[in-house]
Design a protein around this ligand. Sequence first.
Ligand SMILES: CC(C)(COP(=O)(O)OP(=O)(O)OC[C@H]1O[C@@H](n2cnc3c(N)ncnc32)[C@H](O)[C@@H]1OP(=O)(O)O)[C@@H](O)C(=O)NCCC(=O)NCCS
Length: 159
Amino acid sequence: MSVACVLDETMAAAVRELRVGEDQYRYVGDTAFNLADSLRDPMSEAMAVLDDDRVVGFYRLDFAPNAVAGRPMHAPSVGLRAFVIEHDQQGRGLGTQAMVACCADLRRRHPDRALLVLTVNCNNHPAIAAYRKVGFVDTGELYQGGSAGPQHLMYFPLH
Ligand SMILES: CC(C)(COP(=O)(O)OP(=O)(O)OC[C@H]1O[C@@H](n2cnc3c(N)ncnc32)[C@H](O)[C@@H]1OP(=O)(O)O)[C@@H](O)C(=O)NCCC(=O)NCCS
């Protein structure tokens, strides 16, 4: 069972050690960099994914209105960025569970936010399948700002 929580310094050290497959870095970048970037930003929250108290993943919640899509959405939103599950823990259902936990956490701590929004590279088929499985909806809009090519813009209704 995986849970999502705002990370402390011990968890941050473990997050810096997270690795993905060689072919996955183009989609998510380096997690130690993403963590530092997130901790520097007053509009972001750095989140750890835990499985039995062990850090197995990371994501960033970005509360800036233009986060993710480069423009405000049609309802108050929060961006999901830099989501990773440790490479040797992928495919066990942890990513799906983490997203369910993320939505529950947002409803509890940020009930004003109506949408969880993300972009995902059009070639990142495992991630697209994982987001669909959780219930994310594809807007049908392509975001062209990604460094590795066009991205689908997807959202999850929190209310
Ligand atoms: C995307 C990611 C977070 C998913 O986490 P995960 O723990 O592997 O996902 P789950 O085990 O919960 O799998 C959920 C669904 O995703 C799909 N999926 C996961 N791994 C897959 C793979 N290697 N190939 C195809 N589909 C896959 C399946 O539909 C799966 O459902 P199923 O097991 O019922 O078939 C993880 O693969 C990851 O960290 N990838 C690298 C970084 C990345 O691309 N992040 C997303 C940036 S937008």
